[in-house]
Ligand binder design. Structure first.
Ligand code: GLN
Length: 250
């Protein structure tokens, strides 16, 4: 049964439109799984999900409730850079207006001020997040555990050469106890601004961290419909995945 057919079994509480940014170039280590988790959890909560994609050159869809974006190689980030700049103002307005967004790794970097790649080119960011990223010779790879004041323990996997430094105006997502996160020295991971959650973690992130998925969903529903009436998600898989992930070495 497709997720759309599934909704035929109950009266939907409303429709939530989820847009995945640049899945052609920015979808590494299964980051597309984040959109699939939102789709399934929206169904469990009794809402109808609509999954959309935006790639270079597309018309930007209207009435988007949640934005997700994944990671990619430096070469992919270079491919999307001009198109992303052409959408910068719109995305900044959406972020400042409170649209919930999840950006991972390569798009986290480009939601910041710039990414100076190891090979030399500087890829401009769109400045939603007050962060800067510089490519280094040290690749940060491995499993990560962090504690976030909002979401509790977050588990995932990182693989990046860019190291990100946060400025005063932006809070980290949390403090790492395993792995590196934003860079090799500060001991924190990711960034938070308005309803934007930015993180280096793949895995993908949301299957193991449903609290973040439900934050995005709850925020989107409250903005659109006033109140969020939760359903009863099946968290069994997430629990198993977390138990398994917690046992993994660095
Ligand atoms: N290309 C970027 C880096 O290496 C982002 C990598 C990623 O998205 N995994 O830092």
């Amino acid at each position: 049964m497709t997720p759309a057919e599934d909704t035929a079994h109950y009266a939907s509480k409303g429709t939530i439109r989820v847009l995945q940014l640049y899945p052609r170039e920015m979808n590494i280590y299964g980051d597309w799984g984040n959109a699939l988790v939102l789709q399934q959890r929206l169904l469990w909560h009794g809402y109808t999900p609509e999954l959309l994609e935006y790639n270079v050159g597309d018309d930007f869809p209207e009435d988007i409730d949640i934005i997700v974006g994944g990671g990619g190689q430096d070469s992919g980030q270079i491919v999307i850079q001009d198109d992303l700049q052409s959408r910068a103002e719109h995305l900044r307005e959406m972020a400042e207006g409170g649209t919930p967004m999840l950006v991972i790794c390569g798009l986290y970097q480009l939601f910041g001020k710039f990414f100076k790649t190891k090979a030399g080119p500087v890829i401009p960011g769109i400045g939603i997040l007050d962060v800067e990223t510089v490519g280094t010779d040290e690749r940060l790879i491995g499993n990560v555990t962090l504690t976030s004041p909002e979401f509790g323990e977050i588990l995932g996997y990182e693989n990046h050469s860019g190291q990100t430094t946060l400025s005063g105006g932006v809070e980290p997502l949390g403090t790492v106890s395993k792995g590196a996160g934003n860079n090799s020295k500060d001991g924190h991971e990711g960034a938070r601004h308005r309803n934007v959650v930015a993180s280096y973690l793949h895995g993908s992130l949301l299957p193991k961290n449903p609290a973040i998925a439900d934050f995005l969903i709850r925020t989107a529903v409250e903005r659109k419909y006033g109140t969020f009436v939760p359903g009863t998600p099946d968290d069994g898989f997430a629990r198993l995945a977390r138990e398994h992930a917690a046992k993994r070495p660095r």
